[in-house]
Design a protein around this ligand. Sequence first.
Ligand SMILES: Nc1nc2c(ncn2[C@@H]2O[C@H](COP(=O)(O)OP(=O)(O)OP(=O)(O)O)[C@@H](O)[C@H]2O)c(=O)[nH]1
Ligand SMILES: [Mg+2]
Length: 396
Amino acid sequence: MSYRIGLVGKPSVGKSTFFNAATMNDVPEGAYPFTTIDPAVGEAYVRVDCAAPEFGETCTPSTGYCDDGTRFVPTKLVDVAGLIPGAHEGKGLGNQFLTDLNEADVLVHVVDFSGQTDMEGEPTEDHDPREDVDFLEDELDQWYLDILEKGIERYESQHMVEGDVEVELAEQMSAFRTSDEEIKQVILSLDLELDPDTWDADDRLALAREIRKRTKPMVVAANKMDTPEAQANWESITSDPDYDHLSFVPVSAHAEKALKQASEQGVVDYRPGDDDFDITGDVGDEQAAGLESIREFVGEFGGTGVQQALEAALFDELGVVPVFPGSANGLGTTDGRVLPDVFLLPEGATAEEFAFHVHSDVGDGFLHAKDCRVNRQISADHELDARDVVEIITTN
Ligand SMILES: Nc1nc2c(ncn2[C@@H]2O[C@H](COP(=O)(O)OP(=O)(O)OP(=O)(O)O)[C@@H](O)[C@H]2O)c(=O)[nH]1
Ligand SMILES: [Mg+2]
């Protein structure tokens, strides 16, 4: 199972810079709106503490890599075109963009916290990033509402009598990968009846918003935190109770990119996500000064925030559980590899579901599973925890 993290936000906030820093790609970046038109997909990584050292072993990853006890597990990252107010009515690049978003399991909303770009992504001063945070939520809600209204219309025109409204709505919203059971739960959780005739405009919007929150969880990447303006906005927004419902990660995409580039040049030793690095090669005065200010930044904020934002999205918001397939005789597998894989499983995945993720044959032949750390048998419906090392015992 591979997850897609979508980078969203208005133009010129630094989505492509973030994307390039995370994936070491080279898509165009620019201080003008709509630099990006076609979405780019790349491979980024999320960190998981490797389990091999606990077994006195060294791992041999088959995908991604391991750096000094930290596994870097590949995941897909998508850089989409900038979104402006009215996109659901076709403004800017409009609906195309929203369609690209459909494919994302979780969103990182990149916001220019420096306040130096307006709603259209043009240069300005003293713009309040709150407006950006609000507009993206509103825009997504309107998009969901449009689709919800279509479902209601269809329900009303086809059935006319009371019926399973949630089935019709789930079908209309199938692109968001929601089920009729989930829609029903949302309707009831808002104290609404299972009859759209009784829903007023506010009810419909509340419903759209709730379905959106569940199907497109997101974190806010407060970008350009290397500027004093952004740091001031950070103080005021993260202490504003109106924004308690969101989680914010302080980010400098510039800093991450500079460190990755210096690392490629072989002049710094930097492990992505770390809050410090070593200068290992000859750097000129200018680069040395730049690196020292980055050192100050990562020390203060606990990293550049790029890794942290990706991991907050996947692990905290989406609830993805990383699991190592292990085996009883040490951790070696038949071809001599040690802990070659880390599987990213959906929240609440059981031992048996894990077996199906490994391979359908493994799932079909499932007998029981074993927690390799404590050498104890676990049952098919046991829910797995992050970093479990699990061996599957099959009939074949
Ligand atoms: N100070 C600072 N500037 C940044 C940072 N990240 C990006 N920028 C600048 O912001 C501008 C826009 O960056 P892009 O990455 O092209 O922004 P985008 O969100 O992809 O823009 P569109 O493709 O037009 O939607 C560029 O001039 C970047 O150099 C950062 O962390 N700090
Ligand atoms: Mg871009």
